[in-house]
Design a protein around this ligand. Structure first.
Ligand SMILES: [Fe+2]
Ligand SMILES: [Fe+2]
Length: 187
């Protein structure tokens, strides 16, 4: 499947989004989320989600789909590109309010920005998994091996640029999920 590694990225991103969601009631009840956790989550959103994952989509998947005749200026690719830009904007806003939270302890803006970021990204991932990737798998059915290789090359390149490994991000997601389980996962 040509979107396999992108679907795996989505699962990893969703794990972190769930842990972020679980911190909201804690923040609202005045509990302190330690600074190292906040900065690791911000690093994940900027580097893994944006640079690496969106880098793979924008640098490999979308150009491959363009080659198959899907336009960049309109339709699904244009919408996904717009949503990536919005993700970036919301992440930058959240980074600012995280700084305010760390220095003042006031979490009001951070909670609002996190909710907005999470809601936006959850619906973006849903659209890709259930709409765009379905189309992509059909359009790229004869190029699976090549596209997978390309995606893996972009990933290695981006992670090298960031100076982190995929394993480190997987471990972070695992640790966050354990530390901040969703209420229904507690049973
Ligand atoms: Fe995307
Ligand atoms: Fe994606």
């Amino acid at each position: 499947m040509s979107t396999e590694s992108l679907r795996q990225d989505h699962a990893l991103i969703e794990k972190v989004l769930k842990a972020m969601w679980a911190t909201i009631p804690l923040l609202q009840s005045g509990k302190t989320i330690p600074e190292p956790i906040i900065s690791q989550v911000i690093d994940f959103t900027k580097n893994f989600t944006d640079l690496c994952h969106h880098g793979k989509e924008e640098g490999s998947l979308f150009p491959e789909l363009e080659k198959k005749g899907m336009p960049k200026e309109s339709g699904p690719i244009a919408i996904m590109l717009m949503e990536h830009a919005l993700t970036r904007k919301l992440a930058a806003r959240m980074e600012e309010s995280a700084k305010t939270y760390v220095s003042t302890g006031n979490s009001v803006q951070l909670v609002t920005d996190m909710q907005e970021y999470i809601n936006h990204l959850v619906q973006h991932i849903w659209k890709e998994n259930n709409r765009l990737f379905e189309m992509a798998e059909m359009a790229l059915r004869n190029d699976v091996e090549r596209v997978n290789k390309e995606l893996s090359n972009v990933e290695s390149e981006k992670l090298k640029e960031i100076g982190k490994t995929r394993e480190a991000y997987e471990k972070l997601a695992e640790d966050l999920a354990k530390q901040f389980p969703m209420p229904e996962d507690k049973s």
